[in-house]
Ligand binder design. Structure first.
Ligand code: AMP
Length: 562
């Protein structure tokens, strides 16, 4: 391992130096598989259809080739790339990523989505931007107003294309593609490739390269037999969730994999703050420091090794009891590789994966590849943690009761027994022993976000209907949503107001982090509509719809009860 700071894997892909600098600052050590495969052909100008879910690094896969073409500073910027995304949340996320990667280039990017005052977007557009990230509906609005100049567009990206089709944006997408120059490069990324995606590709892409990530060379069933669990939490709750999970698991020695150097350093600090002896291992360390870290792990003075894949390559550590994926790895092969570090030679091992709600699909890919189950567990509660801490104290006391130097303390017990009940003496001693374990008392519950996983599982991708799925404006099928708990929301606008199901799905998906698949059944009557959403999300949806307008109007929104 060298101690260089370069991101040589990215340099080999042919990226310009400003981008390499930004990636190094972000702590990216090497390209993910989708990046390695798609960046070179995209730089050459090829059209491409990539099958990749969130969490694979697909955003950088299309963002970096776009940024490669940003003209040198000076002059007024005109959009050279248009990225279409299904939701407002994704529009913001993709814009932020482009801003981060393109900082040294002075790249200007703007997200454009429904629900945000159009005036702000008009302002941003008129000041000049290089990249526009838009939801299809809002992009159409701007095209109709003539406020989104498309004449200089060199690249169009359809991100999460299947989701956009699910949400009824097919016609808008076709229209938008027709409004951009024929000479453009067109790129589609989609987690699934239903026939309708191929239809768009046939009509609008030129000899596209097809790239599929996730089902590589690893033979099914090769993963070692370790206990495999996953927890689904929002990103902001990850550090606390991991702390609590490890408190409960009480690993002898664990390796925690992160995506970037920056994340490695931050998490090491967090875990040290929680009372763990944690050390960082990443590509920026010299061989000497690496050896020292490994020595401390082997000697048992370090319990947690927080590492990037690059740094952990070739490491063979006998003591490991746990492997933690702080994020779902960007390719299933990498998961198999990582968890292969525990459960060796017949010993018990545990693999723990933290997934964000949007990354759950990747867990399914891994299960399909390994033909092994990853059980989704609930994030431990405060009560779970307390119970486990007592259990650990009990174990410590049992061990102490077996030791042969108890005699030394007879005098203490005798002295106290004169004045106190012997049971109370024991309780006081236990209290001290418990406090001495340094048990952290968390007071806050950590929200578990795994609910939607069960819903997705009930509807595996393969079984999802592709054909005959209603377009925008048609009634959405009501059978798809019978698996999870569905809550209902009343919306005080209906057919007479020109509202159709696609508008409601679009508004909700734009304003919340629900996706098209989570929403339904929808019934649009003359004067009002009833929309089914996951019951846990009802309040969020109501708040979101109150914030926005439907068909340009504020409407009454409330919980619907029969
Ligand atoms: P995406 O699949 O595009 O949503 O990306 C998932 C996450 O991986 C994001 O947090 C990115 O910042 C991160 N990421 C993307 N590419 C890399 C890379 N080559 N190395 C480390 N992290 C990455």
């Amino acid at each position: 391992m060298n101690s260089s700071d370069d991101t040589s894997g990215f340099a080999e892909l042919g990226l310009r130096k400003e981008l390499l600098g930004a990636l190094a600052t972000l702590g990216y050590e090497e390209p993910t598989p989708i990046q390695r495969e798609t960046i070179p052909p995209l730089l050459e100008g090829r059209d491409l259809v990539g099958q990749a879910a969130t969490g694979t690094g697909k955003t950088a896969a299309f963002a970096l080739p776009i940024l490669q073409r940003i003209p040198d500073r000076g002059g007024k910027a005109e959009p050279i790339a248009l990225i279409l995304v299904p939701t407002r949340e994704l529009a913001v996320q993709v814009s932020e990523a482009i801003y981060k990667y393109g900082r040294d280039l002075g790249a200007r990017v703007v997200p454009i989505y429904g629900g945000q005052p159009i005036v702000r977007q008009l302002q941003a557009l008129s000041q000049g931007v290089h990249v526009v990230v838009a939801t299809p509906g809002r992009a159409m609005d701007h095209i109709a107003r003539g406020t989104l100049p498309l004449g200089n567009i060199q690249m169009v990206v359809l991100d999460e294309a299947d989701e956009m089709l699910d949400m009824g944006f097919a016609e808008d997408i076709e229209e938008i593609l027709k409004s951009t120059p024929d000479s453009r490069q067109t790129v589609m990324f989609s987690a699934t490739l239903p026939p309708r995606i191929n239809g768009i590709a046939k009509r609008h892409l030129r000899d596209p390269l097809k790239i599929q990530i996730g089902l590589g060379d690893t033979k099914p069933g090769k993963a070692p037999l370790v206990r495999q669990t996953a927890y689904v939490v929002q990103r902001s709750h990850k550090p606390a969730a991991l702390g609590r999970i490890l408190d409960i698991e009480a690993p002898t020695a664990a390796i925690i994999f992160c995506r970037t150097r920056t994340e490695v350093d931050q998490l090491t600090e967090t875990m040290n703050g929680r009372g763990y002896r944690a050390e960082s291992l990443h590509g920026g360390l010299t061989q000497e420091s690496r050896d020292r870290v490994m020595g401390r792990l082997r000697a048992g003075t370090t319990e947690l090794l927080v590492a990037t894949d690059v740094a952990a390559r070739g490491l063979d550590i006998d003591q490991l009891t746990h492997v933690v994926n702080y994020d779902v790895p960007s390719a299933p092969e990498s998961y198999v590789h990582r968890i292969g570090r525990v459960g060796r030679a017949g010993r018990e091992g545990t693999a723990i994966t933290l997934a964000e709600p949007r990354e759950q699909r990747l867990l399914g890919n891994i299960e399909r590849l390994t033909k092994q189950k990853i059980s989704i567990e609930k994030v431990p509660t405060v009560a779970d943690l307390r119970a486990r801490q007592i259990e650990l104290t009990l174990e410590t006391l049992r061990e102490a009761l077996g030791s042969d130097d108890l005699e030394n303390y007879h005098g203490v017990v005798d002295a106290l027994a004169a004045d106190f009940d012997i049971r109370n003496v024991a309780l006081a001693a236990i209290k001290l022993a418990h406090a001495a374990t340094g048990a952290i008392i968390d007071e806050k519950e950590i929200p578990d976000a795994s609910q939607r996983m069960d819903r997705d599982k009930a509807r595996p991708d393969k079984g999802r209907p592709d054909k005959g799925r209603p377009e925008r404006g048609a009634m959405r099928d009501s059978g798809r949503h019978d698996s999870g708990d569905v809550g209902r929301v009343y919306v005080g606008a209906g057919r007479k107001d020109g509202v159709n199901p696609g508008d409601l799905v679009g508004a909700i998906a734009n304003e919340t982090n629900l996706s098209g698949r989570d929403i339904g059944p929808i019934k649009v009557s003359e004067h009002f509509a009833i929309v089914g959403v996951p019951s846990g999300a009802v309040e969020d949806v109501i708040a979101a719809l109150k914030r926005t307008t439907i068909k340009g109007k504020k409407v009454t929104v409330r919980r619907y009860t029969e």
